[in-house]
Design a binder for this molecule. Sequence first.
Ligand code: G3P
Length: 219
Amino acid sequence: MKPIIIINFKTYKESISENAVSLAKAAEEVAGKTGVPVSVAVQAADIFRVRSAVNIDVFAQHIDPAGFGAFTGAVLPEAAQSAGAIGSLINHSEKRIEHEVIGKTVGRMKSLGMKSIVCSKDATESEELARFKPDFIAYEPPELIGGDISVSSAAPEVIEETVRRVKAVSPSTEVLAGAGVKTKEDIDVAMRLGAVGVLLASGVTKAENPKEAILGLIE
Ligand code: G3P
């Protein structure tokens, strides 16, 4: 099975605005060359710009369960979708929200046909969040995010436990692993443990040659 690779652009200078477009084009090129689905999660302000430039899946980094009306500053799911996002991350370690809000937001995404990726900090939270039946749970140990030690090398048993506990609650929810992922070996280990792919950021956004870095994850 081919891994699902989702690159979270966060707010790095190298991956916002026009740089987001260049990076997404590199991801598109590698995806086209290898047949491996590479998607990107971009700033809300960059969704339209990026999706207009590339033909790969684009996710929002966060949305709110706001409705139409007076909700200044909210990232409206309908607006993210019409800008070109096929789904969104929520509850990222850098943008935590209450579980009740996660439930509401996943519900909104389901009703709009958007793909939901709910981030979690450990196997217990993953199991709790699985009751909302999102499309994906992305397990990311916060202490490894942005570092050089990957989730696959530091916490393989938690990946396995997360998959087991999530599947017991919601068999249709798939698990992604993230934090410190930089190599093909990291991805292979996560896949062997039952994850369907990875969520990563700095290994690509901060790489000297991002295209080579993405290719290196696959080949
Ligand atoms: O969402 C991906 C992320 O939090 C992992 O970041 O830099 O450790 O790949 P990084």
